[in-house]
Design a protein around this ligand. Structure first.
Ligand code: BG6
Ligand code: MG
Length: 217
């Protein structure tokens, strides 16, 4: 077996924080008189905080001053932080640890590739930080997903060529980023949303050991 690079997105793949991002964005949008649907939310998954707010304001045909923009970013993050301070291991999505441990036992490279600036505190809260050899998050990239920078940096950190990396992602933007990085993209979620991925599974409980082994060859 060769050492491959397995790169995990965080929100919506390891933990279901996607629901907290959704709530915080919805409350913010509604407070500005802007409607916010689940379909629009799909387009924000994997997208940085700044780009997400730009999209919401665009959808609502609203412009705000630079000062107000910053305030709105803080407001959204404050609400989000209220949700995540209450998190613990019970919020790790099913079979995540089983897969991480299986890959570690098989000497595979494990990295985080997340758009979030809150990634490290979340991994600490759910006690998974030590499983990752390399962390690339919203604090370490300039160009957000769908740009491949986050995953290319993770491959670099693992010292594995991009073509030998596998990305687990729940977002359209993230799948596009993985494809642009020339990596194997594995969508975690719905086939009709993540159809650009090389493979799609509903969640980690659907991934067999045989499939994981096939990725290591
Ligand atoms: C991504 C989420 O992982 O991180 C997005 O899917 C979120 O919804 C982005 O906007 C940035 O997160 P944060 O925690 O820096 O606001
Ligand atoms: Mg995600």
């Amino acid at each position: 077996m060769t050492r491959k690079g397995f790169i995990f997105d965080l929100d919506g793949v390891i933990v279901d924080t996607a629901k907290y991002h959704f709530l915080a964005w919805k409350n913010l949008a509604n407070s500005l008189g802007i409607d916010f649907t689940k379909e629009q939310n799909e387009q924000l998954k994997g997208v940085s905080r700044i780009n997400s707010l730009e999209k919401i304001l665009n959808w609502g045909n609203k412009t705000v001053s630079a000062d107000e923009f910053q305030k709105l970013l803080v407001q959204k993050n404050e609400e989000y932080l209220e949700y995540i301070t209450k998190m613990d291991e019970s919020e790790i999505l099913p079979d995540t640890e089983k897969i991480l441990d299986f890959l570690i036992q098989n000497n595979q490279g494990i990295a985080l590739g997340s758009a979030s600036k809150n990634a490290v505190p979340i991994l600490e809260k759910i006690n998974l930080l030590s499983k990752f050899e390399c962390i690339v998050d919203g604090n370490s990239v300039i160009k957000g997903k769908p740009n491949p920078e986050v995953f290319l940096k993770a491959a670099d950190g693992l010292q594995v060529p991009p073509a030998e990396c596998i990305v687990f992602e729940d977002s359209i933007a993230g799948i596009q980023a993985a494809n642009a990085a020339d990596m194997i993209s594995i969508g975690i979620g719905e086939q009709n949303v993540l159809y650009e991925a090389d493979y799609v599974f509903k969640d980690f409980t659907e991934l067999s050991v045989e499939f994981l082994k096939s990725l290591m060859n």
